[in-house]
Design a binder for this molecule. Sequence first.
Ligand code: DAH
Length: 330
Amino acid sequence: MKEWYDKIQAAESVETLEEIRIAVFGKKGVLSAEFAKMKSAPNEEKAGIAKELNTHKSKLMALLNDQKNSLQTLVLERAMKEEGIDVTLYASHSERGSLHPVMETMDRIVEYFVSMNFSVHTGPMVEDDFHNFEALNLPKYHPARDMQDTFYFSDEMLLRTHTSPVQIRTMLHTQPPIRMIAPGAVFRRDYDLTHTPMFHQVEGLLVDKEGEVSFANLKYILEDFLKYMFGDVNIRFRPSFFPFTEPSAEVDISCIFCEGKGCRVCSKTGWLEVLGCGIVDPNVFEAVKYKDVSGYAFGLGVERFAMLIHHIGDLRSLFEGDVRLLEQFR
Ligand code: DAH
C-alpha cells in the first residue's frame, strides 16, 4: 500500500489524482483486491488485516482530498493570474496624491506673472561663481557675500544661493526687452525654525529701454501681485540693500494673523516681510553687456508664502514629508 501514498503526493494534476482514486478505491482497485485476499487469510488474522486496510483506506482518502484541494487552488491562482481581473474581489483603496503646499504656492505665483506676460525661465542648481555672484555685482571679497552661506564644490562651483543667476543667464542669451520670472530650488547652509538648507524662490526681472522702467512700475505690479496672493492687505516698501539693485527695497504686508495689531508671528510689529526688489544696478547690465536699458528685479521665498497662506508655524515641517501634514492639502 505504501507506494500509493507516494503516488498521491507526486500527482501534479487533478486528472492523475482521479486515476489514482479509481486504482485504489474503485471496484477493481487495490483495496477491493486486498479485502478479497483477506477472505482466504486464517480467521484469527482477519480482524487485524481488516483494521490495517481500513486505516489505509481512510488515510489515503484524506491525503487524496488534501492533494486535490491544493491542486485546485493552484490551478485557480494560475488562472487568475493569466486571465486577469476578478471583479468579485474586494478592491483596496488607493490614496490620492496632491501637490505639496510649496509647489502649489509656486504654481499660483507663476500663474500670476504668466498672466502678466512674464515668461518662465530656469537655470542650473549647480552654478558657477560668475552667475551666482560676480555678474550680480558681488565681486570676490565683497562683504555682502556673507549674507548668503554658500555650499561650495570648489572655488568656482557652488549650489546656487538664489535664483538671481537665472537673470544673468537669460540676459546673456536674449536681447531686451525682457519680462521673465525664474522659479526654482536654492541652497544655503542654514537649518533652524525659519531656515532650511534647500528652499525655493521666484525671481523676477523686467528690462526695457533706458528711462522706460521706473520704481512706480515695480511698485504697481508687486502691490497687485501681493493682493492676488494675500487678499486685501496693506503693503509698504522699506528702503534696503541688495548688491544687484539700486535703489533696493524690502516689501512688507500687514500681518495676516493679527491684521496689523501685533502678534507673535509678526514679532509685535504688525508687518511681515515678504520680498526683496529694486531697480537693476548698472553694474549688472554692464556684466551682461546691455547698453541703454533700465529694469527692475525682485525675489521672493516660496516657503515663506506657503507658510503665511496656510498658517504653518515651523518651516521644517514642509520638508519632513510627514503625510499627516500633506494630507491636509488635498
Ligand atoms: N536674491 C535675493 C535673495 O536671495 C532676493 C532678491 C532681492 C532678488 C532683491 C532680487 C532683488 O532680484 O531685486 O535674498
